[in-house]
Design a protein around this ligand. Structure first.
Ligand SMILES: CC(C)(COP(=O)(O)OP(=O)(O)OC[C@H]1O[C@@H](n2cnc3c(N)ncnc32)[C@H](O)[C@@H]1OP(=O)(O)O)[C@@H](O)C(=O)NCCC(=O)NCCS
Length: 249
């Protein structure tokens, strides 16, 4: 799904969701100050406050890529985009972009970011790297409902970890679509066997049958997309910051 670069300016058509995978490069910390940087003042302040160099670079790269891709979709200058946030920190487009129904959600893990863009849709995306976990059982207890736990595959540590991470990503994608985030409760939502949609969602979020779940493996990552409404066509592509002519980090 992510083999080819997305065409500059590619927008999701009616009934489509555009998914964009962004390999996160290591960035020079000083590029923030350069004239070509597209981040807002608020984002620069936030980036400067991140001490861990890799996390700082990933934040900068993700926001820069988001601005370039969304700017292309909407046909506007990436610098002109503005966000507002709900009380749990979910960003959404502000101003005329919001009025036109444009929505997005972003996730990052390891050295990848994934963004989903659509129109008039409640949408959430999550990507998680599968890596060995010291405390797998306690993590499973925090994530899985009793029914899900009974279906958690027996077998090697690797298989169990991958299955748990897939469930985690699916639930987080849902909680990000609702905007509640983790505060919404990982056990407030249950995944159908085979990741075939949602078995249970909080009553305030409508019927579980109207929620769509798309889960995929990407090397040692698992990513999930959740949205509310009829099934959409998912169109994927890559965006590489340093291939973009308008970006000179
Ligand atoms: C959102 C949340 C699920 C992210 O989990 P994560 O796996 O660590 O992070 P991801 O990489 O998947 O997603 C992070 C992105 O999701 C978006 N996001 C943040 N809060 C969100 C929310 N409540 N719902 C949906 N998306 C959210 C942002 O774009 C964020 O990117 P940024 O950090 O570059 O701004 C988790 O951090 C959370 O629940 N946060 C809410 C905390 C809260 O309640 N804050 C209240 C005060 S603001």
């Amino acid at each position: 799904m992510f083999e080819s670069a997305i065409k500059p300016g590619r927008s999701p058509l009616e009934g489509e969701i555009l998914l964009v995978l962004v390999p996160l490069p290591r960035l020079r910390g000083d590029f923030l100050e350069g004239p070509e940087g597209v981040l807002s003042e608020e984002e620069r302040v936030r980036a400067r406050a991140i001490h861990h160099p890799a996390s700082k670079g990933h934040f900068i790269a993700t926001r820069s890529a988001l601005r370039h891709v969304l700017g292309g979709c909407l046909g506007v200058d990436p610098k002109s985009l503005a966000w507002s946030y709900n009380d749990k920190g979910k960003p959404r487009l502000w101003g005329s972009a919001e009025n036109k129904g444009w929505v997005f959600n972003v996730s990052h893990s390891g050295d990848h970011a994934l963004m989903a863009i659509a129109r008039d849709l409640k949408i959430g995306v999550d990507i998680e790297k599968v890596r060995p976990r010291k405390a797998l059982e306690p993590l499973a207890k925090a994530i899985l409902t009793p029914q899900e736990a009974s279906r958690w595959p027996l077998g090697g540590e690797e298989l169990r970890t991958a299955s748990l991470v897939a469930t985690w990503a699916s639930k987080e994608a849902f909680l990000k679509a609702t905007g509640h985030g983790i505060a919404g409760g990982l056990k407030s939502v249950a995944i159908r066997p085979g990741f075939d949609g949602f078995e249970r969602v909080p009553p305030s979020e409508g019927s579980p049958d109207l929620w769509q779940l798309h889960l995929e493996a990407l090397n040692d990552y698992r990513w999930a997309l959740a949205y509310y409404g009829p099934r959409h066509r998912i169109v994927g592509g890559r965006f590489d910051l340093f291939d973009d002519a308008s970006f000179h980090g």
